[in-house]
Each structure stands twice: as structure tokens, then as C-alpha cells.
Write a new protein. Structure first.
Length: 222
């Protein structure tokens, strides 16, 4: 129960940080809340626990967020949206990755995800959460370091994110599972953890994409 409360705070923080990054867009906030409720209902009614479904139902869990990120990267309106996001709040959003790692460890201990997905395995994402606070302080508060370091940090942390997402997908209990057959990733089929791949991970991914794009185009010379 304690981990559920912590993860609930994780979702609220991620959505809230993105809301502030958009300049307090109530439209975006409304969409995020409705989508979160939609995925929560599917999780509560065990929609994602149908392991043998073809195509895997996890596609509906993971796909929309990544498709939206792709749309933002490729469309003119999407690129404009990415460029409008506040770099400070995009950086602060990544602090959420520290409590996520704590939750994942509890979920692993309960037998719902493989050790590979935790900081004791091949998940290095805890570095992203801890370093986000440090990076924010030195780039935006004291301004002792420039945007080049922020760009490098975003690229490294994006690689860490891709790594753990890949592990999670390959260890999920689907017909295409490749890893951790002794303790597969079934945790993401339960509420509230369904909101990690459905909501939190896409927001973190979009935060990286927006920051890297902005730093390359507008800020690198600073």
C-alpha cells in the first residue's frame, strides 16, 4: 500500500511538472487527466492481464504515448509545441525517476517484475532522478555550468530510459518475451503501475526530446 501511495505521488508530480512546462495549459492538463483515468480504468478492470491476446494488449498501454512523441517530433505543430515547453520544468520533471526506482524495487521484492528492471539489475535510471536535482541547481540556479552539460545529461539519461524501457518490454509476459522467464514483468499489468508506461514514461521521453531539440537549436551557443 505504501508503494501505491508513493507511485500515486509520482504520477501527480509528473503530470504537474509537465503542466507547468506547458505554461499552465489547462487543455493539456485536461487531456492528461482524462488519459490517466482511461488507463486507470483499464488497469482496474484487468484489461492488460490477458497474456495470450494477439495482438498483445500492452500495445494499447505503451503505444499511444510513444506515437504521440513521434507525432511531436515529425509534425510542424508538434515541433512548435516542443519548442514552447519550459526547459526548467522539463528538467525538474526528471526528479520523478528517483521515487520510480524505489517503487520498482518494492514491486520486484513482491515478485511482480524482474531484478533486471531495478537499480540492483541493469536499470541505471536512478542516476537520472538524483542528478536531475543537481543539474537543475547548477544550470538554472547558480548558473555555474552551461547548456552544453545539460544537453549531454539529457542524451545520457535518454539512453538510460531507452535501456529500461527495452528491458521492460522484452521481459513482459507476452508471446514475444525474451528476458526474465523465471520472474517476468507482470507488474505493469496491474493498477496503479499501468500508469508508469502509459503516462510517466511518455512524459519523461517527451521532456528529453523537447530539451534536446531546444538545446540543439536555440541554446547551445550559450
Amino acid at each position: 500500500m505504501d508503494s501505491d501511495i508513493l507511485f500515486g505521488a509520482v504520477v501527480v508530480y509528473a503530470v504537474g511538472a509537465f503542466y507547468f512546462a506547458t505554461g499552465k495549459s489547462t487543455r493539456i492538463l485536461g487531456v492528461l487527466i482524462l488519459y490517466t483515468l482511461f488507463q486507470s480504468l483499464l488497469g482496474l478492470f484487468d484489461f492488460y492481464k490477458a497474456e495470450s491476446a494477439i495482438p498483445p494488449r500492452l500495445i494499447l498501454l505503451i503505444g499511444p504515448g510513444f506515437l504521440f512523441a513521434g507525432y511531436l517530433c515529425l509534425s510542424t505543430r508538434g515541433k512548435h509545441f516542443l519548442d514552447s515547453l519550459d526547459l526548467k520544468f522539463l528538467t525538474l520533471l526528471h526528479v520523478v525517476r528517483l521515487p520510480v526506482e524505489i517503487v520498482l524495487y518494492y514491486v520486484f521484492a513482491a515478485g511482480f517484475i524482474p531484478e533486471l528492471m531495478t537499480f540492483e539489475g541493469n536499470n541505471f535510471d536512478i542516476f537520472s532522478g538524483v542528478s536531475a536535482i543537481i543539474i537543475f541547481y547548477f544550470v538554472f540556479v547558480t548558473k555555474q555550468v552551461g547548456y552544453k552539460l545539460l544537453l549531454i545529461w539529457n542524451v545520457i539519461c535518454l539512453i538510460f530510459l531507452i535501456n529500461v524501457v527495452g528491458i521492460a518490454m522484452l521481459s513482459a509476459k507476452t508471446p514475444f518475451q525474451q528476458l526474465s522467464f523465471d520472474q517476468p514483468n507482470i507488474g505493469i499489468t496491474y493498477f496503479p503501475l499501468v500508469l508508469l508506461p502509459a503516462v510517466v514514461v511518455p512524459l519523461v521521453l517527451i521532456a528529453h526530446i523537447a530539451a534536446i531539440r531546444q538545446l540543439f537549436i536555440n541554446r547551445l551557443e550559450n
